[in-house]
Write a protein that binds this ligand. Structure first.
Ligand SMILES: Nc1ncnc2c1ncn2[C@@H]1O[C@H](COP(=O)(O)O)[C@@H](O)[C@H]1OP(=O)(O)O
Ligand SMILES: [Mg+2]
Ligand SMILES: [Mg+2]
Ligand SMILES: [Mg+2]
Length: 343
């Protein structure tokens, strides 16, 4: 890799106050998640939709929203979690609540139960096409987190339906996908019109520019979900063949997939609805990651080539699936998808 030049490094402060607040909040939450993942506080439960949520999801949402509120209390938050499961005297709720408090206190001893539950529940905004709001996934890829695999703390700032700031904390991601010895704990921040930057989660004040890369067909690498319910692996194999993409395929949980495309380690991320799926993608699953890839010089659309529409409430109801790429392979992939999905 080329040595850093003056133009390829910058300070977090140069991206402005909202970026500073967002990055510091994500870094703090990433720390708490790692404390839970590697310590004694892990507990998970199943939500109504059968997806898992853990002590760390709640603690991370509390930490991020507390910090964002201190930055600007007037900006509402669309967050994935709420505190219902932590309230009341039932044994499971009490146990979970105590562990969430211990997780938060590993970093912030000043927050009491009311502050923590209140912060979590402040993430109840419905979103929409006008005004500003944060979209927060306190742990994206909870299944990956539980497998000690990839997960991300993901945050986006949406302004009149457009993502203007994106931050990802990927505590279990190494700096180089091809080097298992490389440094672990990667952060990313993108500001609309100002580029995409990477940082080490241990030092978020110093940023290095991140850009997509465009290798020959033999080296174009696909990233896709580990979970077979989240994407069609069969269809992605067909797309690779049709679009002349010949590199390897890497399966990885969470928005870490956007991060590896944005930094140039992978070149195409496909999220392809399975036949008959009625799943609407949530805005917090894409807001942060999408801007990381776009500002790194890549392209992000749905499977029909339409831009993702973040102004429709909590879900991307006007979109189907996601294609994120280095830009160069994008049109061929969309053409191949049109052939496959017409049937
Ligand atoms: N049936 C589903 N189809 C697509 N995505 C899903 C589905 N169920 C949950 N998800 C969400 O998919 C994302 C992770 O998927 P992947 O790791 O495959 O990219 C997460 O945001 C997860 O939520 P969560 O934030 O609760 O982990
Ligand atoms: Mg979830
Ligand atoms: Mg998610
Ligand atoms: Mg989540």
């Amino acid at each position: 890799m080329a040595a850093a030049t003056k133009t390829s490094t910058t300070s977090l402060a140069a991206l402005g106050d909202a970026a500073v607040a967002a990055v510091r909040a994500v870094v703090a939450a990433s720390r708490v998640c790692e404390t839970v993942r590697t310590g004694e506080l892990m507990q998970s439960m199943s939500k109504d939709d059968k997806s898992p949520v853990t002590v760390a999801d709640f603690a991370a949402q509390a930490i991020v929203i507390h910090e964002l509120h201190a930055f600007d209390a007037s900006i509402p938050v669309v967050g994935e979690e709420d505190a219902d499961a932590l309230r009341g005297d039932a044994e499971e709720a009490t146990q979970l609540r105590q562990k969430v408090m211990s997780a938060v206190h590993s970093l912030r001893t000043d927050l009491d139960e009311a502050a923590v539950l209140g912060a979590i529940d402040r993430g109840n905004y419905e979103g929409g096409a006008s005004g500003r709001f944060w979209a927060l996934d306190p742990i994206d890829g909870t299944k990956g987190f539980l497998r000690n695999d990839q997960y991300a703390v993901a945050l986006g700032l949406v302004e009149d339906g457009q993502v203007v700031l994106g931050v990802l904390g990927c505590p279990n991601l190494r700096e180089d996908l091809d080097n298992p010895e490389s440094v672990r704990g990667c952060g990313y921040v993108a500001k609309r019109g100002e580029g995409c930057f990477k940082f080490n989660l241990d030092n978020c004040e110093s940023l290095t520019k991140a850009t997509v890369t465009s290798p020959p067909a033999e080296e174009v690498r696909l990233v896709e979900s580990v979970e077979t319910k989240h994407t069609s692996h069969d269809t992605s194999a067909q797309i690779k063949a049709a679009a002349n993409i010949k590199g390897d395929s890497v399966r990885m949980d969470s928005q870490a997939k956007y991060a590896v495309v944005g930094r140039g380690d992978a070149h195409l991320y496909l999220r392809l609805p399975r036949a008959g799926s009625t799943h609407e993608e949530k805005i917090w699953d894409h807001a942060g990651g999408m801007l990381i890839v776009e500002e790194a010089g890549g392209r992000v659309t749905d499977i029909h080539g339409k831009p993702l529409d973040f102004g429709q409430g909590q879900t991307l109801k006007n979109n189907t699936g996601v294609v994120a790429s280095n830009g160069v392979v994008h049109d061929a992939v969309i053409a191949a998808l049109a052939e496959i999905y017409k049937n």
